[in-house]
Design a protein around this ligand. Structure first.
Ligand code: VGL
Ligand code: ZN
Length: 193
């Protein structure tokens, strides 16, 4: 089945930041492998004048999710740091809407919708369907997809443009299955018309 992106569709690229990619503080193994594929989606949406969103973790230096504060993660994506910058090979269109999340010390946010203007922005642009890829499949991608479905967006997950941390083997695969059970549709780039 072909999917024809059209007005009302938006692309959401989740957390493609240096700290989540090889060489970063919380690197997703082979996370950079998906950059060429994400760039294809970005070029497609850009060429069709469809909106593109890029979420980013944008933490204060003493964020509650960091191990020194009793959280589970090594410090990562500190606002303004090189680790928090988008990967230089990611070809974001100039008009990309950047969504910063988890900016307050006291609360974490895996979902791009959590504590941000993402839903309002999508609604103001009359978006009904969202296409979501990036990292990490079982954390920020999963929660962004779950919220999108809950907010009644028709939601496509970019099966060929996301990567899991897989702390437990299979975490990413299980997250993908769960997203489908919740109503997401998984797609590959070749299925775009
Ligand atoms: C993420 C761990 C901590 C993610 C964010 O983007 O999936 N993972 N903060
Ligand atoms: Zn984080």
């Amino acid at each position: 089945m072909k999917i024809i992106p059209a007005a009302g569709d938006a692309l959401i690229v989740v957390d493609m930041q240096n700290d989540f990619l090889p060489g970063g503080r919380l690197a997703v193994a082979r996370g950079d492998d998906i950059i060429p594929q994400l760039n294809r989606y970005l070029a497609y949406f850009g060429a069709h004048q469809l909106p593109v969103f890029a979420t980013r973790d944008w933490h204060p230096p003493d964020h509650c999710s960091f191990q020194p504060q009793g959280g589970q993660w090594l410090p990562h994506c500190i606002a303004g740091s090189d680790g928090a910058a988008f990967h230089p090979a990611l070809e974001l269109p100039a008009a990309t809407h950047i969504i910063s999340k988890a900016m307050a010390r006291e609360s974490d946010a895996y979902s791009g919708f959590s504590g941000t203007q993402l839903d309002e922005l999508l609604r103001s642009l009359h978006i009904r369907r969202v296409f979501i890829g990036g990292v990490a499949t079982e954390y920020c991608v999963f929660h962004t997809v779950k919220d999108a479905l809950q907010l009644q967006y028709a939601t496509f997950v970019l099966e060929d443009a996301m990567r899991a941390i897989d702390r437990q083997p299979g975490d990413g695969q299980r997250a993908l299955q769960k997203m489908m059970q919740l109503g997401a549709q998984s797609i590959r780039y070749q299925e775009l018309a």
